[in-house]
Every structure is written in C-alpha cells, then in structure tokens.
Design a protein around this ligand. Structure first.
Ligand code: 8IG
Length: 262
C-alpha cells in the first residue's frame, strides 16, 4: 500500500464517516448505471476531493466514489473514476483506486470493463466473466522484488458464485493493449493466437496491483463491439456507448444479484 492510497482512504473515512468497505467495484465502459441496484446509497464523494485521484477523460465514466449498503449488510464502494494507462500518468495513477479500496478495508474487488470481442458468436451487449488475462502493456504497477503469484488472479470461487447467479455467463481471457488506439485486425489475430478472447485497455494493471494488495477479484467484461477485423464494421466510441446503454439494465440486475452473494 502506498502512502497516497492510505491518505485517500483516510479522507474517504473523514468525508463519509464510513469506517470500512467490504467490497470495492470499478465501473468501466457500459457499466456506469450498474451500481444502481446495489442497495441503499450511503455516501457520494467526488473523486477529485481525495488525494491522488484524477478527473476522468472518457465520457461514460462517473468521477465519483459512491458507497452503498447491500440488503445483506455489506458496504460496497463503487469507484467510477478509473484512470487508464493510455492517459500517460503512469502505473501508480492506474492502480490508485484499487490501492485506495484496499486501504479502505475492502477484501473483494469487482473489476468491470467494456471490451472488444474476438468470438463472432458473442454479440455486443454480452457480459463475460474474465477467467484470466494477458498483460500486453509491457508495464506493471509493481516495482522491486515483489513476486506476486498470478496463477489465480480472477478468483475461481467468485466465478463459480457468479455462474450460480447467471448460469449462462461465459468466460473469456482478457488481453490489455496499451491503447488508446484500437487494434489493427492483425493485432487482434495475434491476441487470438496468444489465447485472448477479449481485448481492452484496462483491468490487467489494476488486477496486478489488487493481487499484490491481497484482494480477491471478480472480473466482468461487457463486449461492446466485435474486435477489429472480426466484423467488417469500423470501431467507434459511439458504438461502444450505445452498446453500454442498451445493456445497462441487465448489467445492473446481474451485478446486484452477484454482489448480494459476495
Ligand atoms: I469498449 O475493441 C472497447 N475497449 N483495445 N479494443 C480495445 N479496447 C476496447 C475495445 C476494443 N472496445
């Protein structure tokens, strides 16, 4: 844990009076409304009011930390302000939300994202469980001899639990490209040869930092578009936002049902 994350967690406690988070959640593209069925909202803090957070640059991301109490009595911190690696502020800025969540006491982390899908039979609007990842950024949030085990980054226990709630949830392997440009068709084919079924620009660096902090992770991708070359259509951010909006109700229901069981 860094001093900056400890300071952010302390400020979050000060501003909300909430001593401890049980669960933390990072909302990616398409998942913006997914917090709406988590339970009673206890507090909202603008991320910019906490040390180390940056204003978001992507439309569709909410720059707030919202804290909910679930029906089962768990406290959930929803981090709507993800910093992406492609923003160029470095790996510590990317990992800050996750580290703050850990410093605030969370033991469980739900990472969500919007991504491109490599399987043409999985249409845009489909949520997929992340079973494993490939970090293609060439970067890591860790420094020095911190030899973190990465053999089970996305908790088999939490994946099984998610499938109890939604038996039709498929699983995928998520490859993080540095971005911000989308892939070429050749890069998508490469990712497929390497074993990826999903491509995106987030999540893996956060997952590494989270495992280093001891968090148990559930990863969920929303396929918002078929990856470049998988369909004939060019990719557009507008398409991504539209797929997110169309799936929003189902994602809120899915997430609410899963979090109730965590
Ligand atoms: I939403 O097709 C979304 N994010 N790299 N490729 C990459 N990131 C994405 C994509 C995609 N769709």
């Amino acid at each position: 844990m860094t001093d900056l994350a400890a300071a952010a967690a302390a400020e979050l406690r000060n501003r909300t009076g909430i001593e401890n988070l049980d669960i933390a959640m990072v909302l990616g593209s398409g998942w913006g409304a997914a917090a709406d069925r988590l339970g009673e909202e206890l507090a909202v803090v603008a991320a910019a009011e906490l040390p180390g957070f940056r204003p978001p640059v992507v439309s569709g991301h909410r720059a707030e930390i919202r804290i909910f109490r679930t029906a089962a009595g768990r406290t959930v911190g929803v981090f709507g302000a993800r910093t992406h690696y492609y923003e160029g502020h470095g790996v510590d800025a990317v990992a800050h939300g996750v580290r703050t969540a850990a410093a605030a006491g969370a033991h469980t982390l739900v990472l969500t994202n919007g991504c491109g899908g490599l399987d043409p039979t999985v249409p845009p609007g489909t949520p997929v469980l992340i079973a494993d990842h490939i970090n293609l950024t060439g970067a890591t949030p860790l420094r020095g001899p911190e030899f973190v085990d990465m053999s089970q980054v996305y908790s088999p226990r939490l994946r099984a639990l998610a499938r109890e709630v939604a038996p039709d949830l498929g699983e995928g392997v998520y490859a993080q490209f540095p971005g911000p440009q989308y892939e070429t068709p050749a890069e998508v084919r490469m990712a497929g040869i390497l074993g990826a079924t999903l491509v995106g620009m987030s999540t893996t660096l956060e997952a590494i930092a989270a495992r280093a902090a001891g968090l148990e992770i559930l990863g969920l991708s929303l396929v918002t578009n078929l990856a470049a070359g998988v369909s004939d259509e060019p990719l557009s951010h507008a398409e991504v936002l539209a797929a997110g909006r169309a799936a929003e109700g189902r994602l809120a229901e899915l997430l609410g049902a899963i979090v109730e069981r965590l």
